[in-house]
Design a protein around this ligand. Structure first.
Ligand code: HEM
Length: 346
C-alpha cells in the first residue's frame, strides 16, 4: 500500500513536470530550461523539508534544541545530543539550506529573465515566503510553542505556519511553471474564472489549516482506540482541539463538492487541454486524499500516515495552483507583453 501510494505520487509529480515542460510552452514566452530544472529541484527539496517539519511535530521533537534559536541548546554543535535534538537540528539545517536554494533561485531569476517576466514575480514571492517561513519556525521555538504545549498561541501559529508553507509551495510551483514556458495569467480579463479559482485556493487553505489543528490535536491528545477518539470529539469536557477534530472531514466534504463544481465549470469556461488535464489530476488526488484521511482516522494517525496525508495535501495544492494558472492564462490570441518575449533562452 505504502509502495504503490509513493509510486503514484511520484508519477503525478513527473506527469506535472513533463506537462509543464513539454506541452505548455506558450508561443513567444521567454523560457530557460536549466533554470526551470533548478526551480523544479528546489520545489521537490522543499517538499522533503516540509515532511521533515511534520515529522518534528508528530514525534514531539520541537523542543529538541530547547528554546534556543538559531543556536541549539545554546551550542552550535550540541554535545551528546538526544534523538529529539537530532531530529530538530536536522530540520533546522535542511530548512536553512532550503533558504539558500531559494536565494539562488531569486538571484538567477532576475539575471535570466527580463523585467516584467512573471518568473521574477514568482521567485520574489518564493523569497518572501521562505523568509516568513523561517520567522514562523523561529517564533515557535522562542515562544516555546512546541512539544506538549496546547496554548492558543501554538494553535494559531500552526495554522499560520501551514498557510505560509502552502504559499511558499504555490510561489515555487509558479516559478517552475513560468520558467518552463507556461503562459502568464491575466486577472483583469478573467472575471468569473478569477472568483472560481480564488475560492478554490482559499477553501484549500482553510481545509488544510483545519487539518493542521487536527494534527496538533492528535499529537497532544492521542486516543488509544477509535471509540475513545469519537468520545473525545463529542465530550463537553474535552480540550477544544479535540472537539474541533470533527470539523476537518466535514469541511473536506464541502470542499470536494466545490471542487467538482469548479473543475467542471472552469473546463467549460476555458476548455484548454491544460485546464482539463489539471482538473482530472485535482479530482483524482482529492479522492485519494479523502480515502487517506479516513484511513488516517481508523489507524489512529500513525506518523507515516500523517506524512503521507500531508504529502498528498501538498500535491493537491500544487495541482489546484496549476489548474488556477491554466484557467487564468492568457490565450495565444491575446497580445504577449514585450517583456515576455524570448531573450536569453537556455
Ligand atoms: C480531502 C481533502 C483533505 C485535505 C486537503 C486534508 C488536508 C490535511 C492537512 C494539510 C493536514 C495537516 C497535516 C499536518 O500538518 O501534518 C491534515 C490532517 C489530518 N486529516 Fe486531513 N485532509 C483532507 C481530508 C481528510 C478526511 C476526509 C479525513 C478523515 C475522515 C482527514 C483526517 C485527518 C486527520 C486525522 C489529520 C491529523 C493527522 C495528520 O496530520 O495526518 N482528512 N489533513
Amino acid at each position: 500500500m505504502r509502495v504503490s501510494l509513493t509510486r503514484m505520487l511520484f508519477r503525478t509529480l513527473d506527469d506535472l513536470r513533463l506537462f509543464t515542460h513539454r506541452v505548455l510552452e506558450a508561443p513567444g514566452m521567454q523560457t530557460n530550461k536549466r533554470f526551470a530544472r533548478y526551480a523544479w529541484a528546489v520545489l521537490a527539496y522543499n517538499l522533503l523539508v516540509i515532511l521533515w517539519g511534520a515529522f518534528v511535530r508528530a514525534t514531539g521533537s520541537g523542543a529538541g534544541c530547547g528554546s534556543h534559536w538559531p543556536l541549539c541548546n545554546g551550542e552550535v554543535v550540541p554535545q551528546a545530543p538526544e534523538v529529539e535534538t537530532l531530529i530538530e537540528l536536522a530540520h533546522r539545517l535542511t530548512s536553512g539550506l532550503a533558504g539558500v536554494f531559494v536565494v539562488i533561485l531569486f538571484i538567477w531569476a532576475f539575471r535570466a529573465f527580463r523585467k516584467g517576466h512573471p518568473v521574477r514575480r514568482a521567485a520574489t514571492l518564493s523569497l518572501i515566503f521562505i523568509i516568513t517561513e523561517g520567522l514562523v519556525g523561529a517564533g515557535l521555538v522562542l515562544f516555546e510553542w512546541v512539544a506538549d504545549d496546547a496554548s492558543l498561541g501554538r494553535v494559531l501559529s500552526m495554522a499560520v505556519h501551514l498557510v505560509n508553507t502552502m504559499l511558499l509551495l504555490a510561489s515555487l510551483t509558479l516559478t517552475v511553471w513560468w520558467a518552463g514556458g507556461g503562459p502568464d495569467i491575466d486577472l483583469r480579463r478573467r472575471g468569473e474564472a478569477r472568483w472560481l479559482v480564488g475560492i478554490a485556493l482559499l477553501g484549500m487553505l482553510a481545509l488544510s489549516s483545519a487539518g493542521a489543528l487536527t494534527a496538533l490535536g492528535d499529537t497532544l491528545f492521542r486516543p488509544d482506540t477509535l471509540a475513545e477518539g469519537f468520545r473525545q470529539d463529542f465530550s463537553a469536557a474535552a480540550h477544544f482541539l479535540e472537539r474541533l477534530r470533527i470539523g476537518h472531514p466535514l469541511l473536506a466534504i464541502l470542499f470536494g463538492v466545490y471542487l467538482l463544481f469548479v473543475t467542471r465549470h472552469l473546463a467549460s469556461l476555458r476548455p484548454s487541454p491544460a485546464v482539463k488535464h489539471f482538473a482530472r489530476i485535482v479530482l483524482t488526488l482529492f479522492v485519494v486524499q479523502f480515502l487517506a484521511g479516513l484511513l488516517n482516522v481508523f489507524l489512529l494517525a500513525p506518523v507515516w500516515m500523517q506524512l503521507a496525508h500531508l504529502l498528498l495535501a501538498d500535491f493537491l495544492w500544487i495541482s489546484i495552483v496549476l489548474l488556477g494558472a491554466s484557467g487564468l492564462a492568457v490565450t495565444a490570441a491575446e497580445p504577449v507583453p514585450e517583456a515576455l518575449h524570448p531573450q536569453r533562452s537556455g
